[in-house]
Design a binder for this molecule. Structure first.
Ligand SMILES: N[C@@H](CCC(=O)N[C@@H](CS)C(=O)NCC(=O)O)C(=O)O
Length: 213
């Protein structure tokens, strides 16, 4: 049994929960962070000295933090060969795109775009900075759009760990009020993700409680 700490509105928790759902694993999730607090307690700092979510504990194994490491652990322990190939070369190809998506897309979206548009009061928002951040993000997403012109998913015909790292931000990317580049293959890919039940259950969630007005 997996135990997870983290509120369901956290994008990193969403990536993790989506992965748990895709791998059809059982887990118990404890709300923590943002309005639930609890990240400064001694008990939580023993789980994660960084005081961040998500944290995952699998049975009595040591707790894991850092979303990328947690996702790779789940893929190693429970993923099938299509999701996370056993062959090191094939696996590295997927890991490369997963890392790319985390560093270039998720990080370029979350703070510079999502936080500015949703977690900043309208009067404090810098529209020019937001436009520049969206343009920088879209230039990275163009790479994904090009790949997706030939592949159903980021690394071929099957959903892999790379899709978890790319896809988990797309619900918010398409939902918030920004002017996006026209990336038809990415859009088609996103719409395909929205048909997946674990994506609906863990990613397509209201973020209203995060909104600063
Ligand atoms: N590098 C860490 C970042 C973790 C992180 O910043 N988590 C955010 C939520 S996405 C957090 O703990 N925020 C504090 C809060 O929710 O109160 C990871 O990838 O797991």
């Amino acid at each position: 049994m997996l135990t997870i700490w983290g509120r369901k509105t956290s994008s990193n928790v969403q990536a993790l929960m989506w992965c748990v759902g895709e791998l059809d694993l059982r887990c118990h999730r404890h709300d923590a962070g943002h309005r639930f607090g609890g990240l400064d307690t001694d008990a939580f700092r023993k789980l994660n000295p960084n005081g961040t979510i998500p944290v995952l504990q699998d049975g009595n194994n040591p707790p894991l933090w850092e979303t990328g490491a947690i996702l790779r652990y789940l893929a190693n322990a429970y993923g099938g060969n299509a999701f996370w190939p056993r062959d090191p070369v094939q696996r590295a190809e997927i890991d490369k795109w997963a890392e790319w998506a985390k560093i270039n897309v998720a990080m370029d979206f979350t703070v510079p775009v999502f936080w500015q548009v949703v977690r900043t009061a309208p009067a404090q928002q810098d529209q020019h900075a937001i436009e520049q951040a969206v343009a920088a993000l879209d230039s990275k997403l163009e790479l994904a759009d090009t790949r997706l012109s030939e592949n159903t998913y980021l690394c071929g015909s099957d959903l892999t760990l790379a899709d978890i790292q790319l896809g988990h931000i797309l619900y918010r990317y398409y939902d918030i009020g920004i002017s996006r580049a026209l990336l038809p293959n990415l859009r088609r890919y996103y719409e395909k993700l929205t048909e997946r039940r674990p994506y609906q259950e863990h990613v397509m969630l209201s973020y209203d409680e995060l909104r600063v007005t």
